[in-house]
Ligand binder design. Structure first.
Ligand SMILES: C[S@@+](CC[C@H](N)C(=O)[O-])C[C@H]1O[C@@H](n2cnc3c(N)ncnc32)[C@H](O)[C@@H]1O
Length: 210
């Protein structure tokens, strides 16, 4: 899987389909990030969330892990003028070992887990659980098929299917359907502390704790 091919077009594609909504949901739990001293960002992409975080006055130590060099380059360039304490790492999350000295208060993963199959997500969540201390919060943003209103469900399923076909074709993601992220996290005994949604529940952001 590589997002290199679409990295430069990612923001434009996103804004055509969702306008500002994905960025609004990424930033919907900003207060959780701003309370942290150490933040781990997984698959953070082109850096728009990181820039918003730094512009909000975040002075935490931040590690950004992404498997696309082009996405990392965009993130570095977007945040080069901000006051920052950020380490950018070109790595797959599956191969990444967090330094023992880095205990994340918050782990952020926006529109990252939906790149994987549910079996892979369970493995990734297993790794993440190993990095969580008692107080660590997990902020996840992702798509979810709304439970109510049949018409909304049909539209959401159609859009999710189109996005998966697009990303499978151009980036080689392994997801072949929208993973049930809320259910997987609950099964792994994470407790949901907060949830924000947009577009009738199709776009979500949660704060979780083990
Ligand atoms: C759908 S994009 C999401 C980007 C951004 N977080 C956002 O909110 O739009 C997925 C990101 O995860 C990265 N990624 C995909 N697989 C990865 C992996 N195994 N390890 C680390 N990063 C990965 C991609 O390079 C890409 O930047």
């Amino acid at each position: 899987m590589s997002f290199d091919l679409i990295a430069r077009h990612y923001e434009r594609i996103e804004s055509i389909v969702f306008g500002e909504d994905l960025q609004r949901i990424r930033c919907s739990h900003m207060e959780t990030f701003l309370g942290a001293e150490s933040i781990l960002l997984l698959g953070d992409g082109d850096g728009r969330f990181l820039k918003a975080l730094l512009d909000s006055g975040c002075s935490a130590k931040i590690i950004c892990v992404d498997s696309s060099q082009r996405m990392l380059n965009l993130a570095k360039s977007l945040t080069k003028d901000s006051e920052q304490n950020v380490r950018f790492l070109f790595k797959k999350i599956q191969d990444y070992d967090l330094p023992d000295s880095f205990i994340p208060d918050v782990i952020g993963a926006h529109f990252f887990l939906d790149c994987f199959s549910e079996d892979e997500i369970l493995v990734i969540l297993g790794r993440i659980s190993g990095w969580c201390k008692e107080h660590t919060k997990l902020v996840i943003s992702d798509f979810s098929i709304p439970e109510k209103r049949r018409f909304t469900r049909v539209i959401a399923k159609l859009l999710a299917w189109k996005m998966i076909v697009f990303f499978r074709t151009f980036t080689g993601i392994s997801a072949y359907k929208l993973p049930k992220i809320e259910q997987l996290l609950s099964e792994m005994r994470y407790k949901c502390l907060k949830k924000e949604t947009l577009r009738n529940g199709f776009i979500c952001s949660w704060v979780w704790e083990l």
